[in-house]
Design a protein around this ligand. Structure first.
Ligand SMILES: [Zn+2]
Length: 196
């Protein structure tokens, strides 16, 4: 989402634990799709999806993955033009990314909570969401503060799936089959949107 800017010039913070791999308890060290090991100065995105236990209020991970830049580009090229346009329009309808970044960076505020405490689409507090997804862009060993990180509520995730074409949904199903172990895959709805 930030192709025009140089990633190494963007503001960043130490990777918050929320963006760590729950499996290892540390920052992601390889691409979940191609297995490429992240050595220094690698760019990758992390997506993690959570469900809130309504009784204990504790967060349970539904899935997580890290995707290297190359895999991300490959995936994008497989999606239909129409779906990419629709998703871009959906975001445009609700978010002015430039303004948001500007606002969040004022006073040198690099507190991660400000970036993900509300759904970027609905504006509702994530703390009240039963299910939500967070996405972040990592460069080297830092979380970049730009269009990402952000959080999406369940409502936004499902609405976005509505605007995807059949071809794209089928492709995403295939992606999910490849990237998630069967026990996780069967919990996910088909054609679930991934952060691109
Ligand atoms: Zn990869």
């Amino acid at each position: 989402m930030s192709e025009a800017k140089y990633i190494w010039n963007l503001p960043s913070i130490e990777i918050p634990e929320l963006f760590y791999s729950e499996k290892t308890g540390q920052a992601f060290d390889k691409c979940s799709m191609c297995g490429h090991i992240f050595t220094g100065y690698t760019t990758f995105i992390v997506e993690k999806s959570f469900k809130r236990n309504l009784i204990t209020k504790e967060l349970e991970l539904i899935f997580e993955y890290a995707l290297c830049h190359k895999c991300q580009e490959n995936l994008k090229s497989e999606l239909s033009e129409k779906s990419i346009q629709n998703i871009a329009m959906y975001y445009q309808l609700y978010v002015d990314f430039e303004k948001r970044t500007e606002l969040l960076l004022t006073d040198d505020n690099k507190n991660i909570d400000n970036w993900i405490s509300k759904c970027i689409i609905t504006g509702k507090p994530i703390a009240e969401e039963e299910e939500f997804t967070v996405g972040g862009l990592i460069y080297d060993d830092k979380l970049v503060l730009d269009a990402m990180p952000f959080a999406l509520s369940e409502k936004a995730i499902y609405e976005m799936q509505e605007v995807l074409s059949k071809k794209t949904k089928e492709f995403l199903d295939g992606f999910q089959n490849e990237i998630f172990p069967p026990e996780i895959r069967e919990k996910l709805p088909d054609g679930r949107l991934i952060l691109l």
